[in-house]
Design a binder for this molecule. Structure first.
Ligand code: NAD
Ligand code: TYD
Length: 340
């Protein structure tokens, strides 16, 4: 199989490409990535020399380049990870999110339609469903109700992808996963940011009361789910992927401090994120029963191995935090009001 993977130099794309090339060395992967602040070509340095891997530096919203790529490579399938992915940044600059997440996806869908692709897997998120009350969980049939510019742009992309399935019979499949964690995650996200702050004996910024709930899934379990959908999923269908591991942020952070043997006095409640979604929980019965997926990594085990990865790969994140990230951190946290 010849695969176009987009955004492969980001967190999940990197983990997906590494696992796919390991499991299916007979496949060929072209990875197109714009190398925004979140894209890091170092993540895949060791696979660059493999004859079944090609990196293309480019923008998924560049229709000419995308058309050229499809014409040259005659892909069998597309897995679209490329996105602006951070909620806090979407509050600062929504237009960048619309350009990549919506127009970029539409550009890929158009090219896939013109060039007769067999599978188009759109990587989406549980955040498109909005915020849950204290009970219940998102099903694939739950109406979309996004509340941040990020989730609104991902919901728009999902609607477009399904529109291409219904209108043009493009073989689209959508995955909607809960919060991922694991190696190669950019330090703007809660877990790597907290790990790195703690390693510097800096406080962890806890938004609001810290009682927002997320369902954490190890990135390797997400990638196995995507593989199953790519291989065996039904066209035009959405598959939720989640780990039955719902926890309040504050509990996640206390577990992290325990692993790192640091005091809870490092937890610092700060002004909340505007429009902060209170709770996500996902019902993944469909992918479990139809495709036989199940998560393999427990949260305790996965968090401990993720901490080890950040300890063993200091130079990876030290380079990041000395670059663009410094300005971001200062902007985001420098003047944030402390609540405790
Ligand atoms: P990330 O921010 O780490 O990586 C995104 C990658 O996309 C980067 O390499 C970036 O350079 C690239 N990119 C951005 N704009 C591009 C463009 N216009 N053209 C080409 N490449 C571009 O994101 P991630 O956490 O790896 O998320 C990947 C996908 O999974 C996203 O679509 C996201 O919405 C979805 N998702 C993420 C999570 C999570 O917890 N991280 C959970 C569910 C779904
Ligand atoms: P994040 O990793 O940004 O993922 P998402 O917003 O997509 O769920 O945040 C996870 C949770 O942690 C979310 O409820 C926001 C919260 N959070 C903090 O409390 N402090 C932080 O510094 C960050 C980045 C997030």
């Amino acid at each position: 199989m010849k695969l176009l993977v987009t955004g492969g130099c980001g967190f999940i794309g990197t983990n997906f490409i590494r696992a796919h090339l390991r499991e299916k060395p007979e496949d060929f992967i072209v990875n197109i990535d714009l190398l925004t602040y979140a894209g890091n070509p170092e993540n895949l340095r060791d696979v660059e020399s493999q004859p079944n891997y090609l990196f293309v530096h480019g923008d998924i919203a560049d229709a000419t380049l995308i058309d050229e790529l499809f014409r040259t490579h005659r892909f069998d399938a597309v897995v679209n990870f490329a996105a602006e992915s951070h909620v806090d940044r979407s509050i600062e600059t929504p237009h960048v999110f619309l350009r990549t997440n919506v127009l970029g996806t539409q550009t890929l869908l158009d090219a896939a339609r013109r060039h007769g692709i067999q599978r188009f897997v759109q990587i989406s998120t549980d955040e498109v469903y909005g915020s849950l009350g204290p009970t219940g969980a998102f099903k694939e049939t739950t109406p979309l109700a996004p509340r941040s510019p990020y989730s609104a742009s991902k919901a728009a992309a999902d609607h477009l992808a399904l529109a291409y399935y219904h209108t043009y019979k493009l073989p689209v499949l959508i995955t909607r996963c809960s919060n991922n964690y694991g190696p190669y995650q950019y330090p703007e996200k809660l877990l790597p940011l907290s790990i790195i702050n703690v390693l510097h004996d800096r406080e962890i910024p806890v938004y609001g009361d810290g009682m927002q709930r997320r369902e954490w899934l190890h990135v390797s379990d997400h990638c196995r789910g995507i593989e199953l959908v790519l291989e065996k999923g039904r066209e035009g269908e959405v598959y939720n992927i989640g780990g039955v591991n719902e926890r309040p942020n504050i509990e996640v952070l206390k577990l992290l401090l325990e692993i790192l043997n640091k005091p809870t006095s490092l937890l610092c409640h700060v002004e909340d994120r505007p429009g902060h979604d209170r709770r996500y929980a996902i019902d993944s019965t469909k992918i479990r029963t139809e495709l036989g997926w199940e998560p393999l990594v427990s949260f305790e085990e996965g968090l401990a191995s993720t901490v080890r990865w950040y300890l063993e790969n200091r130079s990876w994140w030290e380079r990041i935090i000395s670059g663009e990230f410094r300005n971001y951190y200062e902007r985001m946290y420098g003047n944030r009001k402390k609540l405790s």
